[in-house]
Design a protein around this ligand. Structure first.
Ligand code: NAP
Length: 311
């Protein structure tokens, strides 16, 4: 028997119950055991609700078998789900991360809750198919919630396969990604002519280039957005290391610089979900906190930018 059999059948059942059930499990006191409701956003192509804080795995989950390291990451994963998270983003580009995600979902019995997202990152139809099959096996899923084309790589070849597999029910959603401000013009053209459920790119308080283009296109075309590099890796934390949070950040329930950065992103109306990566439990608790409480309005967001840029 496949070692993932139990979790997959539970997971398939829950997925089949649809968007209403997903939202219902996130009501106060049921999943969270706390007096708060995580902020959810709809995936435009289905209406299914997603918690606005997801999790990335680049570098942080590319680890070996060391039991202490694995135990720490298992706790990171546990906190993520306990605080209402669902979407985990990975890629075959991230070394061992897909396998580590699969192992930790199994070890923490969280396969039923995950919204699993990975990518195809190779050239050619046959290599793409082999890689996607391997990703599903590594992550321990029989249905991939979201399969994305990583960095537009050989997208014309992979897109028909993604559509076919979505039609067959092997993928629930399909998407395409970029980061670091690359390929914006080409991606804009693709999004205007092809149909995708999700698009992923970089957006943060320091790098706001997508405000003028990709975020608007996604909103106009009804495409869910996943936001990567919310902290520019760790560069933004270095800039604020000796700086106190402004008093007015309490007005949107912000308790840390991590939450300042994440709430800035989540408050954009075209953002569906942001995917910070961390290897630390206290950082996961911090990041998940950004998915609760009030968000800054547009005037406050401008004030946040001005303050950050004055540092
Ligand atoms: N083209 C693409 O498709 C693409 C490209 C880039 C990224 N991505 C995805 O987006 C995810 C996020 O981007 P990223 O990993 O490049 O960078 P990121 O999330 O902006 O930054 C990650 C770094 O921030 C630190 N950190 C996290 N939470 C923190 C907190 N609350 N306080 C202080 N430090 C904190 C982490 O260190 P600790 O471990 O010490 O917490 C880690 O070094 C990736 O993991 C990946 O899944 C996709």
């Amino acid at each position: 028997m496949n070692k993932y059999c139990f979790s997959i059948s539970r997971r398939t059942f829950i997925k089949g119950a649809g968007a209403f059930a997903v939202a219902a499990t996130l009501t106060p006191g049921r999943l969270l055991g706390q007096d708060a409701t995580p902020i959810l956003r709809p995936i435009p192509s289905s209406g299914e609700m997603l918690p606005v804080i997801g999790m990335g795995t680049s570098q942080t989950f590319d680890v070996g078998e060391n039991p202490a390291v694995r135990a720490q990451l298992a706790e990171v994963v546990n906190v993520f789900f306990e605080k209402g998270g669902t979407l985990i983003d990975t890629s075959p580009m991230y070394g061992r991360s897909e396998s580590v995600v699969g192992d930790l979902l199994e070890a923490t019995a969280n396969h039923a809750k995950v919204f699993a997202a990975t990518k195809v990152w190779t050239d050619g139809r046959q290599d793409g198919i082999a890689q996607m099959q391997q990703s599903m096996q590594r992550m321990g899923v029989d249905v991939m919630d979201l399969m994305q084309i990583h960095n537009l790589r050989d997208w014309r070849t992979h897109l028909p396969v993604l559509r076919e597999w979505k039609q067959q029910g092997r993928f629930r959603y399909i998407g395409i990604t970029t980061s670091h401000g690359r390929y914006h013009e080409e991606l804009a053209r693709i999004l205007k002519t092809e149909s995708f459920d999700f698009v992923q790119f970089t957006y943060n308080i320091e790098d706001r280039a997508v405000e003028e283009s990709l975020l608007s296109i996604a909103a106009d075309r009804g495409i869910a957005t996943l936001i990567n590099r919310p902290f520019q890796r760790s560069a933004m934390f270095r800039k604020v290391r000796d700086v106190d949070l402004p008093e007015w950040s309490k007005e949107f329930d912000c308790r840390s610089w991590g939450q300042y950065f994440l709430k800035f992103i989540v408050a954009h109306p075209a953002v569906t979900c942001v995917i910070p990566a961390t290897s630390k439990v206290r950082h996961m608790e911090d990041n998940m906190g950004a998915g609760f409480g009030r968000l800054p309005d547009e005037g406050m967001r401008r004030r946040m930018v001005a303050f950050y840029e004055s540092l």
